[in-house]
Design a protein around this ligand. Sequence first.
Ligand SMILES: Nc1ncnc2c1ncn2[C@@H]1O[C@H](COP(=O)(O)OP(=O)(O)OP(=O)(O)O)[C@@H](O)[C@H]1O
Length: 749
Amino acid sequence: MSIRENAELREEQEFIDRVHARVDVLRGVAAHGVTDALTPVGTGLQARLERDIRVAERSGLLAALDAVDGSLCFGRIDPADGAAHHIGRIGVREDDADRTPLLIDWRAPVARPFYLATGHTPMGLRRRRHIATQGRTVTELHDEILDLADHERTGFEDPNGDSVLLAALNSARTGRMGDIVRTIQAEQDTIIRAPHRGVLVVEGGPGTGKTAVALHRAAFLLYEQRELLAKRAVLIVGPNPAFLRYIEEVLPALGETGVLLATQAELFPGVHATGTDTPRAAAVKGGADMVEALALAVRDRQQLPEPGDPLIIRHDDGDLILDWEIAYEARQAARDTLLPHNLARPHFAFRIIDALTEQLTERLGADPYGGPNFLGPDDIALLAKAVAASSEVHAAIDELWPPLTPQRFLADYLAAPVYLPAEDADAIRRTSPDDPESAWTPADVPLLDEAAELLGVDDSAARARAEAVRQERIAYAQGVLELSRGSESYEFEDEESEVLAAHDIIDAERMAERQEEADHRSAAERAAGDRTWAFGHIIVDEAQDLSPMAWRLLMRRSPTRSLTLVGDPAQTSEAAGVGAWEDILRPYVGDRFEHVLLKVNYRTPAEIMELAARVVRELDPSYAPPVSVRSTGEEPWIRDAGDDLAGTVAKAAAELLPAPGQGRLAVIAPRALHEEIADALDGVTAGAEPDLTHPLVLLAPRQAKGLEFDHVLVVEPARFGASDLYVALTRATQRLGIVHRDELPQALS
Ligand SMILES: Nc1ncnc2c1ncn2[C@@H]1O[C@H](COP(=O)(O)OP(=O)(O)OP(=O)(O)O)[C@@H](O)[C@H]1O
C-alpha cells in the first residue's frame, strides 16, 4: 500500500472513530432520557400524553442508535469547492454551539449527489467515495472521479465505478433482506424521494428492487415528514409472514423503528386468520360483488313479524302486541337514519317502545264514552319506563333487530351465503360454522372489515363499563384521601406543619387518573390494535395480488390516500388479484396517481432471466423482462429424475448447497411433494413459516414470493401455475437447477 493510500485510510479511520465516539455519547444520553422520561410528571392527561410521547421518541432514538451501528458511515462526497461531507445511515451533529453536522443523513438533500452524480453530470462534485467497514474498522475505500479535470488521485480509484454495487449483488445471502443505502441507483433514488403526496405506483419485473425501494421510501418519508408520521405511523403490507420476517430488519438498520408490518390476515384486530381457502373461494370472497351481498345480508337481519302473526309480549299491565305495522314503521325510521346496523338499532328500539307504550295507554286510559284519555303525562311516562325496562320487550327487539358483531354476522353469512350466484355461494360456504377449527382465512379479513363498517360499533355498553371503572377508581381514591384526613389529627398535630397531606394537593378525580396505566406504546403499536386507525402512509408490496375487497379495507386505513404500491402484474398469483392499476385505483382516486417503472434486474443473472422470461412469453409474446445488471456465465440446468424424484432432488441439492456461511439454497416444490422431498433432504427446514436464515429451505411456490436465495432448485415445474413458476425461477442470485419427473412445461422444454 502506498504512503498516500495509508494516509487516506488512516484519515477515514480517524473520522469513523470520531463519529462512533459521538454516537456512544448520544446513546448514553438517550438511555438516560428514557429513564428520565419514565418518571411521572404532573397528573393531567396532557402531561401524561406528553410523557408517553417522550418515552416512545427516546426509546425509538435509542433503538435507532443501537440498530445503525454496523456501517454507520458508508460514503463521502467531495465538492469541487468546499469541505467534504460524510454520508451515513443517520445524521450526527457535533456537540458544539452550532451543532455542526458531523455525519449527513443519507436522506438529507445535501446527500443526494452521492446517489445521482455521474461523470456526465457531476452535480458540483469532484469525487465520490464508498467506505466499507467491518465493525468500526475501515476495510476498503472505492473512489470515483467525477471531475475529469481533477488530477488528484488517492490510489483507491475504481475503474468501472460499479464494483461496490456488484460486490453487494454477488455477496452471499443471509436469509434476511439487507438495506441498499450504500448503492441506491439513480432510477431508484428518484422514486425513493418522489415528492408525490398521493398514490405512487412502482412497477417493475423480478429483482428490480421494488421491495428495497419501497422500504427506503418509507425511511425517507419518516425522515421528511417526521412529525406527522410519528403520530400517524406507517403501515407496510406484505404477502405472508415469512416475507415480513425477511424484510423486518431493513428499516431498523436505517434507524427507523416506528413502522407496522402486517399481512392482510392481520389487519382486523383481534382476529388471527390462520385458515386457508381454496383459490376459488378466495377469489369469490375477494370479489367486488361481496359489497352488495353483505349489505343486503345485513338488511336481512332487520326483520318483521309475519303480517297477521304478531309477537305477543307478556307484560304486567297486559299483553303487548308487536305486529308487522309497528315493526315496519320502526324499521323504516331506523333505516332512514342511514346509520350502520348497530347504531340504528337504538332508533328501532325507541320507536318500538314508543308504539307499545301508546298501545298500553290506549288500552288502559281509554274513555269508553269516547272522551279524552284518562292518563296524564306522568302516568304515560311511568308506563313508558316500564315498557323500556321489560326484558321481554328487549328480547322481542333483539329478535327483530339483533345486535351483531362482525364475527357473528360473517360466520352466519358464510354458513348460508346469499345474494351470490349459486356456484359462488357453494365455493365459500362453511360447512361447520361453529366449529372452532374452521378458522378465519386471510380472505375473510376484508369481509370482517366490510361487515364492521356495515354494522358499526355500538360502544355504549363499553363506554358505560369504562365509566363504571372510573367511578370505582374515584371512590377508591376518595377512600384513600379520607384515610389521610382521618390520620391528620395525630400525624400532623402541629397546626403550623409545613408538611402537606395528600388531600391538600390532589382531589379524588385526579388521583384516580394517576392510577391509570401509562401507555408508552408508539403510534405503530397503537395502530395495530385499532381497526379505525388512519395511517399517515401505507406501503403495499406485491400489490398486484390484493383483491378488490382488500383494497377497500386498505383505503379505509388511508383516508388521505397517501400510499406507495409496488408490484409486478406478471407475478400475479391470486385469482382475486386485480390486473390493471387503473382498475384498482379508479374507485378511490380516479386517474390521480403516479406510475413509475423500474427496468433493471439487480437480482437474477442474465442467464437465468432468459430462461424465466420464456414462461411469460408463452402467454404474452411481447413481454419485455427487466434487463439483468450482471451475468455469471453459469447456465441454469434441467435434470430428468426418472423414477427417483426425491433421490435426484437430494443429489442436486447437495451439489448446490453452499459451504457453511456462504449463502442459502431454496428448494421450491409443490406442497404435495414436500413430505417425500423433506425425507430425502438432510437438515432441511420447511413448514408454514420456515426459518429463512437456515442454509437449506423447502418452500411451496407461493411461499417463495418476494424472497431470494443464492441458489434455487425448482422441482416439478409443470405443476406450477405460470406466474408462480415465473416467481420461482427468478429467486436466485447465482445458480438455478430444475428437476422434473413429469413432462416439462412447454416454455422450458
Ligand atoms: N441499488 C441496489 N444496490 C444493491 N442491491 C440492490 C439494489 N437494488 C436492488 N438490490 C438488490 O436486488 C435484490 C432484489 O431486490 P427486491 O427484492 O427489492 O426486488 P423486487 O423488485 O421486490 O423483486 P421481486 O418482485 O422479484 O420480489 C435484493 O437483494 C436487493 O437488495
